[in-house]
Design a protein. Structure first.
Lengths: 679, 184
């Protein structure tokens, strides 16, 4: 089996190298022979996908068949591992996850190469660039991190098992989503670099890549949030974001990708920021690679990191080469990227995008800086320092609040220039509404002047409300116009409005989701926690809840043994649920693992929903009683709801626009009015 | 379902005992000195330090199973607070015999190394860590303002004969009409 896998990977390397080299040579010629050579390169690229897919299938099949002669399977699986996790073995370790990276890239390349008729030459450039990235990954897979390496000595009877932290349903979804995001940015990167090299006229390459970029961004968003949810639901410390270097690594390309999605509109609509957009998409791709490098090189310690290995050098060389190539062509063809229009006013959509980009990049820089500062410190001072949550919270949060302000104000600004009168008119309702929210918080006992965390929470609430009210007012304003002209009710008018400019209103829905995420985060300063040893009938009082230990018990299955407490949750004297915080001991890996239980209080609180979060910490050996840690985490469920809305908004933005407004012609027919032109 | 003896699980007893000891000490603090101050300082300092086991978590948030450091460090922190008495604003002392927060942190640095502090201190080269993000923000704002200004001052391209571009109030009026007619 390992031989088939190894052969498939070697074949894939040969095919992708051919696709790259033949594609490159074909681009120099304009005769029929070059066209034929280019076509063979395209087909070799397609065949690469088949070869890498075969290698992936072989690795998964080896996991299903408990083929412990393959070292990777021995180290990441065991006989009693449930089937879903055997599938997840593909991305659970260094070599497998690199194979998965390569497989996804080949998949993206496959789709791209099938759609080449959109623009033969641009697609040929993009295909060649993707092939070059593919060659890099396949070189590593064939020579530095071989997933099909075989075990030496006698064949082991069983594997050492999958890391217990990864034995959770979300781990079957989170890494693929994250990887789809990371890898997907290779496509817009390839198109951008290709367009730059060939001095592609106009902005068509942006139109071509817009959907790729949005889909990729959506995957990365889901990946990042699922990662946060996994940390929340599995790690048991009561939080969802620890500013771990690997978490940071996933956030950085998300930030630059978000900046790109905004600034690219300036290029489409006004022919501006061409160099900037190139630089942004290059940076996004490079940061994706940096993230992959961080998890694998061992340069930065992280709970997420794979085993330290030599492949960090490979990544450094590749990142260096990519920077050199991108910089060379940016400088060489800078004249091609001259801006076509000038900015007319600071109070305009254009300048709001500029500041939005600035703030996103400052947050990105802060995270990059904080992540690498320990290395810099060691170099300069001779010892490492820790750059942990207190640093990021103190530095990144103020900038993020400014960003939230721009998220609210930006959509109210018109392209080119906004009059003070229209700004006042559009801003009045959201501003009054958000100030009212701030007032209510103070009324309910939040004292922003007493503690910086309360101040930030209040500011975040006010600004999130501002974003929400802005979005609502935009929908209402547009909906009313259409309702008035087409005799529809307001809701269907708003749906129609959305359909006529999906990108604009889809974007607003995403903003709405972001505001909900912020609301979820701002509950953090109000978290509560209590830890107690609990015997039968013992209780913990936390917030409005009383937790009563009904019993505790144990169980055993071939994969793990476990023990859990049975806790009844009361509120206002009435039992609302029973929770089962659990602790497992995995037999193959001989590792323990706590599994918290979470109860979101939607039925009791709705808007001020709170997570009751229980962790079974272990047993007191003397008394034999379990120790339970209870957390109350207000508003956290809004984060996950916000994610769903963000994804929904992205899907809306991906739907093609309905062409024009059909106005009921009660008067002599005029030209149909295009709406929503100003997204 | 079958019963499994708890000895099958490598649950550390020491952390539990230590935690109970810490709770006892905390109780003493409540009785003797007033809980709020020490509790607040315990939470504050506990969130300014990392667990030294390498799990990468804040000391008071470390819950990783079998951690041999976090309970010990929490006990040490509580003991230091009780020994040192009330007060303890950073760099100062809150009364006779009080140990300042800085001194307590310094003690932990001596025992566990500089990585035990969760964020760079505002001293020496570490200041750079704090300055750079804000410097980047200031530089970025200056750059954007410069770009906007230079764009605004860029000469308008020459037009073909006969085309007159409206300016000022005339242009604003046209925009107002356009918005009114499209209403979006």
């Amino acid at each position: 089996m390992s031989q088939i896998g190894s052969f498939a990977l070697m074949l894939a390397l040969g095919l992708s190298a051919y696709s790259f080299l033949a594609g490159l040579v074909a681009l120099f010629g304009k005769d029929a022979a070059s066209a034929r050579l280019g076509e063979t390169a395209r087909r070799a690229g397609i065949a690469t996908f088949a070869a890498v897919l075969l290698a992936g299938i072989v690795l998964v099949a080896a996991a299903f068949n408990d083929d412990f002669s393959i070292a990777y399977i021995f180290h990441h699986s065991n006989r009693e591992l449930p089937l879903a996790y055997k599938f997840a073995v593909l991305w659970s370790g260094q070599e497998g996850s690199l194979l998965f990276w390569s497989l996804l890239l080949a998949g993206y390349g496959f789709v791209l190469r099938l759609r080449y008729k959109t623009d033969h030459r641009l697609f040929a450039y993009a295909s060649m660039i993707i092939a070059s990235v593919q060659v890099f990954f396949l070189l590593i897979l064939n020579f530095a991190a071989r997933p099909f390496g075989v075990m030496q000595g006698p064949l082991p009877a069983d594997g050492t098992g999958l890391n217990p932290l990864l034995q959770y349903p979300e781990m079957v979804i989170h890494p693929p989503m994250l990887y789809l995001g990371y890898v997907g940015f290779t496509v817009p990167f390839a198109f951008a670099l290709g367009a730059l090299i060939m001095k592609y006229p106009g902005e068509k390459w942006i139109h071509i890549t817009r959907r790729w970029t949005m889909v990729t961004w959506c995957f990365l968003t889901i990946g990042v949030f699922l990662g946060a949810h996994w940390a929340y639901a599995v790690l048991g410390w009561g939080g969802y974001w620890g500013w771990d270097p690997v978490e940071n690594a996933s956030l950085m390309p998300w930030l630059t990708g978000t900046a790109f999605l905004h600034s690219v509109m300036m290029q489409e609509k006004r022919g501006m920021l061409k160099v900037w957009n190139m630089a942004l998409i290059f940076a996004t791709f490079l940061l994706s690679m940096l993230g992959t490098f961080l998890t694998r090189s061992g340069v930065i310690s992280s709970v997420h990191a794979f085993a330290q290995s030599s492949i960090g050098t490979w990544f450094l060389v590749f990142i260096g080469l990519t920077i050199a190539v991108c910089t060379y062509f940016l400088v060489l063809n800078r004249a091609h990227l001259k801006s076509e229009h000038k900015l007319e006013s600071l109070a305009s959509r254009e300048s709001s995008f500029l500041f939005n980009n600035l703030l996103l990049l400052v947050v990105c820089f802060t995270i990059l800086w904080g992540t690498f500062f320990p290395i810099l410190s060691e170099f300069v001072q001779g010892h490492k320092v820790t750059v942990g949550p207190p640093f990021f919270n103190r530095v990144a949060i103020p900038v993020a609040l400014l960003l939230l302000l721009l998220t609210a104000v930006g959509p109210l600004l018109a392209w080119r220039k906004t009059s003070l009168e229209s700004l006042k008119r559009n801003f009045l309702f959201p501003a009054v509404g958000s100030i009212a929210v701030g007032g209510m918080m103070i009324l309910f006992g939040v004292r922003p002047w007493e503690d910086p965390s309360y101040f930030y929470a209040t500011m975040a609430a006010v600004l999130a409300a501002l974003v929400i009210f802005t979005v609502i007012s935009e929908f209402l304003r547009g909906g009313r116009v259409i309702a008035g002209k087409t005799d529809q009710n307001l809701v269907s008018a708003m749906v129609q409005l959305c359909h006529r400019n999906t990108r604009r209103y889809g974007g607003y829905i995403v903003h709405f989701g972001v505001a909900l995420v912020i609301i979820g985060i701002l509950g953090t300063p109000f978290n509560k926690e209590v830890e107690k040893e609990m015997g039968f009938g013992d209780q913990i009082n936390i917030g409005p809840y009383t937790l009563v230990c009904q019993s505790y018990t144990q169980d055993d299955n071939p994969n793990y043994g476990n023990e859990w407490a049975i806790i009844n949750v009361f509120r206002g004297g009435k039992q609302i649920t029973t929770m089962y915080p659990e602790r497992r001991f995995y037999k193959a890996s001989q590792q323990p693992q706590t599994l918290p239980r979470i109860y979101p209080s939607f039925r009791e609180d709705l808007f001020l929903v709170t997570d009751v979060y229980l962790v079974y910490e272990g047993k007191n050996e003397t008394t034999g009683r379990p120790i339970i840690k209870a957390h109350l985490n207000p508003l956290v469920p809004w984060i996950w709801i916000g994610l769903i809305i963000m994804v929904f908004g992205t899907i809306v933005a991906l739907v093609p626009n309905a062409a024009v407004v059909r106005v009921a012609a009660t008067t002599p027919v005029r030209e149909p009015a295009h709406v929503g032109a100003g997204d | 379902m079958r019963t499994v003896s708890s000895s099958q699980y490598p649950i550390t007893s020491n952390p539990v005992r230590r935690w109970l000891q810490a709770a006892g000490l905390a109780l003493a603090v409540v009785i003797l000195m007033g809980a709020s101050d020490t509790d607040t300082r315990f939470k504050d300092l506990g969130h300014r330090m990392m667990c030294a086991c390498g799990c990468g978590q804040i000391l008071l948030e470390c819950n990783h199973v079998g951690c041999t450091y976090s309970d010990k460090m929490r006990d040490q922190l509580m003991a230091a607070l009780i020994r040192g008495g009330g007060g303890g604003e950073s760099g100062g002392s809150g009364g006779s015999g009080a140990i300042s927060d800085d001194l307590i942190l310094q003690g932990f640095v001596q025992e566990y190394g500089p990585t035990v502090i969760a964020a760079p201190t505002a001293t020496g080269f570490n200041r750079v860590a704090w300055i750079m993000p804000f410097a980047a923000l200031a530089f970025g704002i200056a750059f954007v303002v410069y770009v906007v200004r230079s764009w605004k001052n860029r000469p308008t391209p020459a037009l073909a004969d006969g085309i007159v571009i409206p300016h000022g109030s005339e242009l604003d009026e046209l925009r107002r009409r356009a918005r009114k007619e499209t209403d979006l």
